[in-house]
Design a protein around this ligand. Structure first.
Ligand code: GLN
Length: 497
């Protein structure tokens, strides 16, 4: 049962061939069997999940009309608050914190009857590309346990690839949904900024953070997208407009006459040869499906990474000031006579990891009065230029495409001492966040040289998210015909068979 897609699981529930309790228990059993090796989860909410499942089964038995994914289990990135459930954002500083409220994403999941299995591992405060920055130890890629599952949402992507959950929630500030999807052979979507509420999403960089669906198929991602998206008065940047019709698009997959723009600057030098091979092959399949392939240029993408590493740390230095040892989680040095300042210092010293401290220092520096214009101000101007590049390119095409990442999954430990090498993983995903538009990654096959998954990225204009699903569904269908089986069925190391 755990190998089915979420849509297939939902159909079995509707047909009465299984129950949500049985489905949930099957996934809890799978987690118990494989998660000591994978370490996708920081907390498994056995009782809470079964209770939710029982409630859905009871409603179904009573003949209530349920939403499409009712009764299907999901893994939740630990950056989302869930009332009463331990929430750490991968940080020691939040150890033991149980939020007093649900994030809007969680409220929406609950209202749709989606069963939350537990909280998934992540880089501390979503800063990283490998999940090695988690204070609770790394997650392992189910394709090869010695490799990274991507980051920051490596727990969510690994849970999908190891069949511990058919659906997951991720958040994407610079690529943390799409890059983990790419290196685990799964699907990840960063919706248009403002498309999914940020209320209860523990903030890293507020102008870039966006929650989105992670799944094993394009249709499953679309079903989850529609379940979590929509206007939320509790988030002032939430868009008050109808949710794009992504399920309809995922079911259609008709790309005849669509113009697909290949970004000249996001290919070539620095991209692994097998990544390029699979990318080119995907373009041919899309052309065969009736799309027109054109080349587009985005000259300012070259500066996106540098600008991101000023804007994101600047915003994080401000956002993370709230972890002051007074309000949440950890408190260190609280002895008689200690000042609030010394408790704050000691707690932040012990509670934050190296990468988080690096970014707080970087951001504080970039925002300081003498350097504000030179660094933060310039980065904001670059951000505008990147948006203009997208606007110009979208005059010539309906979606833009590129490889999701320059390489396949690297080894755990390979880049952990080299922040710049780590940052370069997001070279192709960051422009999307800078412009606030949508981006999807889906599997394009295995790189011939190492047999590891390659991701294909699709980018669409703001609030045109359905276009990514059209193109994603077309490519997924063409690749399925070519391979004869879904990519994940080819994973050699999938821990437990
Ligand atoms: N890897 C990028 C970073 O470290 C992006 C992270 C994310 O999207 N949350 O900032």
């Amino acid at each position: 049962m755990i190998h089915l897609s979420a849509a297939e699981m939902a159909a079995k529930l509707v047909a009465g061939e299984t129950s949500s309790v049985a489905l949930t228990q099957a996934h809890l059993d799978r987690i118990a069997a494989v998660d000591t090796d994978v370490h996708a989860f920081l907390f498994v909410n056995t009782e809470g999940a079964l209770e939710q499942a029982r409630a859905v089964d009871a409603k179904r038995a009573a003949g209530e009309k349920l939403s499409p994914l009712a009764g299907v289990p999901l893994a939740l990135k630990d950056v989302m608050t869930q009332k009463g459930v331990p929430t750490t954002a991968g940080s020691k500083i939040l150890e033991g914190w149980r939020p007093p409220y649900d994030s809007t994403v969680v409220t929406n999941l609950k209202n749709n009857g989606i069963v939350i299995l537990g909280k998934t591992n992540m880089d501390e405060f979503a800063m990283g590309s490998s999940t090695e920055n988690s204070a609770y130890g790394p997650t392992h890629n189910p394709w090869d346990l010695t490799r990274i599952p991507g980051g920051s949402g490596g727990g969510s992507s690994a849970a999908l690839a190891a069949f511990e959950a058919p659906l997951a929630i991720g958040t994407d500030t610079g690529g943390s949904i799409r890059q983990p999807a790419a290196v685990t052979g799964t699907v990840g979507v960063k919706p248009t900024y403002g498309g999914v509420s940020r209320f209860g999403l523990i903030a890293f960089s507020s102008s870039l953070d966006q929650a989105g669906p992670c799944a094993r198929t394009v249709l499953d991602a679309a079903l989850l997208h529609e379940a979590i998206a929509g206007h939320d008065p509790k988030d002032s940047t939430s868009i008050n407009a109808p949710v794009p019709a992504v399920v309809k698009a995922a079911k259609s997959g008709d790309v005849k006459g669509m113009k697909i723009g290949v970004v000249k600057e996001l290919n070539g030098d620095g991209y692994q040869s097998g990544v390029r091979t699979r990318f080119e092959e995907s373009l041919e399949l899309l052309a065969a499906a009736g799309a027109e392939i054109v080349e587009v240029s985005a000259p300012n993408f070259e500066y996106a990474l540098a600008a991101y590493y000023l804007i994101a740390p600047s915003e994080c230095s401000s956002n993370l000031a709230r972890f002051d040892a007074m309000r949440y989680g950890l408190r260190v040095g609280d002895v008689d006579g200690a000042s609030a300042e010394s408790v704050m210092n000691l707690t932040r010293e012990v509670g934050f990891g190296r990468e988080v401290k690096r970014r707080i220092i970087l951001g504080t520096y970039a925002l300081s009065s003498g350097y504000y214009d030179a660094y933060y101000g310039s980065a904001q101007k670059v951000r505008t230029l990147i948006t203009q590049d997208f606007n110009k390119a979208f005059e010539k095409c309906d979606v833009m495409v590129s490889p999701t990442c320059p390489t396949t999954a690297f080894k755990i430990g390979e880049k952990s001492d080299d922040p710049i090498a780590m940052y370069l993983n997001d070279i192709a995903t960051i422009p999307v966040n800078m412009a606030g538009i949508g981006g999807m990654s889906l599997p394009a096959g295995l790189a011939p040289e190492d047999g590891l998954p390659v991701g294909f990225q699709i980018m669409a204009p703001a609030m045109q998210d359905q276009r990514m699903y059209l193109v994603g569904a077309a490519l997924e269908a063409a690749l399925l015909t070519k391979w004869g089986a879904p990519l994940l069925s080819m994973a050699p190391a999938l821990v437990v068979k």
